[in-house]
Write a protein that binds this ligand. Structure first.
Ligand SMILES: NC(=O)c1ccc[n+]([C@@H]2O[C@H](COP(=O)([O-])OP(=O)(O)OC[C@H]3O[C@@H](n4cnc5c(N)ncnc54)[C@H](OP(=O)(O)O)[C@@H]3O)[C@@H](O)[C@H]2O)c1
Length: 288
C-alpha cells in the first residue's frame, strides 16, 4: 500500500511515518524537510501543487496531519488558521478521491463534561477547535471515504519536536527551570506511538467514520507533569500548580476534556496503554 502523509515531519507525523514504513511505502510530505529527512515539499495551502503531488505519487491512502496546531497562534491569527486547517482539507478533498485519514481533536468539545464519546455534542470554544470542526464537516459532506480520528494531548518522545509536553517538562527540569503547570485541565494524554499503532490498525481494518483514541489515564496536566518528573527521576518540586485563568492565554481552554476510546477498544479489540507503561517504554528506548 502507498500512503502519503501531510505534516509528516511534525510530532505525530514522525511516529506515524516510522510505524507505517514497516508494511507500506510511505510518501512523507512537509512544508519543509529537515536536513536529515527525505520527502516532498508540500504546503497544503498551494492547491495546484497539492494536486500535482497526489497525481505524481498515486497514494492509496492520505493521512492528513498538517495543521496549524498552536492553540493561541490560531486565536491570534484566525485567518491563517482557517486557511491551513479548513482550506487545506478542502484542497485535499479536491485533489484526491481515495481514503483520507484525518487527525482531529477533543477541542471540538467545550470541556464542560469530558471525557467525550463519539456521540457527544460538539461545541468548540476556541478558533483552533472551530477550524478543526469545520475541517471534519468538509469530510462529512464530501462523499469521500474518510476516517476522522480525534486525539488529545498527544506527546512525542523524539528530540526534534517542540510540540511535545513531555519534552518541555523533561528539558525544563533538566535545566533546573521552574515550570507552572495547570491543575484544572483534565485529559487522557496519548503517546505518539500509541496513536501511530491505532492509525495502523484502523488502516488494516479499513475503518471509516469518526473515532476517538486516548490512552488509559485521565488526569490533570499538573499530575501528568509530576508523573513525568518521577519516572525520569527529575526534581518534581520545580513544578508549580497554577489554574488556567492565571495564565491569561489568548485562547480559552476546555477544562474537563479528554476522549473515551470505548468504540475502538471494542472494534479493534485493543487496550489503551497506561502513562506508566508508555513512560517506561520511552525510558527503555532512550537507554539503548
Ligand atoms: N498535539 C496534540 O495534542 C494533538 C491533539 C489532537 C489532535 N492533533 C492533531 O494531530 C495532527 C498532528 O499534530 P502534531 O501534534 O504532530 O503537531 P505538529 O508537530 O505541530 O505537526 C503539524 C505539522 O503540520 C505542518 N504544517 C503546518 N502548516 C502547514 C502547511 N501549510 N502545509 C504543510 N504542512 C504544514 C507543520 O509544519 P511546520 O513545522 O513547518 O509548521 C507540522 O509539521 C494535527 O492535525 C493536530 O491538529 C494534535
Amino acid at each position: 500500500m502507498r500512503i502519503l502523509i501531510t505534516g509528516a515531519f511534525g510530532q505525530l507525523g514522525s511516529a506515524v511515518s516510522k510505524r507505517l514504513s514497516k508494511d507500506s511505502k510511505i510518501i512523507r510530505t512537509g512544508r519543509s524537510i529537515p536536513h536529515d529527512g527525505q520527502g516532498i515539499i508540500l504546503d497544503i495551502l498551494n492547491q495546484i501543487h497539492f494536486k500535482d503531488v497526489i497525481d505524481a505519487t498515486e497514494p492509496d491512502v492520505v493521512i492528513h496531519l498538517a495543521a496549524m496546531t498552536g492553540v493561541d497562534d490560531c486565536q491570534l491569527n484566525p485567518k491563517l488558521a482557517k486557511e491551513i486547517n479548513i482550506a487545506g482539507v478542502q484542497h485535499l478533498c479536491d485533489s484526491f478521491k481515495g481514503k483520507i485519514i484525518h487527525l482531529s481533536t477533543d477541542y471540538v468539545f467545550d470541556g464542560k463534561n469530558g471525557p467525550y464519546s463519539e456521540l457527544d455534542t460538539v461545541c468548540p470554544i476556541s478558533v483552533y477547535g472551530e477550524t478543526k470542526l469545520a475541517a471534519e464537516r468538509i469530510l462529512l459532506n464530501h462523499d469521500q471515504n474518510y476516517l476522522i480520528i480525534r486525539g488529545n494531548v498527544i506527546y512525542g518522545d523524539s528530540s526534534n519536536t517542540d510540540a511535545s509536553f513531555l519534552n518541555w517538562v523533561v528539558n525544563s527540569l533538566k535545566d533546573g527551570q521552574e515550570i507552572r503547570v495547570v491543575n484544572d485541565q483534565y485529559n487522557n494524554p496519548t503517546w505518539t506511538k500509541s496513536m501511530a499503532d491505532i492509525i495502523s490498525l484502523c488502516i488494516e481494518n479499513d475503518l471509516s467514520g469518526i473515532v476517538h483514541w486516548g490512552d488509559a489515564d485521565y488526569l490533570n496536566r499538573f499530575d501528568f507533569a509530576i508523573k513525568i518528573a518521577e519516572k525520569f527521576e527529575l526534581n518534581s518540586k520545580l513544578i508549580k500548580p497554577i489554574i488556567t485563568t492565571e495564565l491569561n492565554q489568548p485562547a480559552p481552554r476546555p477544562l474537563k476534556s479528554g476522549l473515551k476510546s470505548d468504540k475502538l477498544i471494542e472494534v479493534l479489540d485493543v487496550v489503551p496503554p497506561s502513562i506508566d507503561d508508555c513512560l517506561d517504554a520511552i525510558l527503555e528506548k532512550n537507554a539503548k
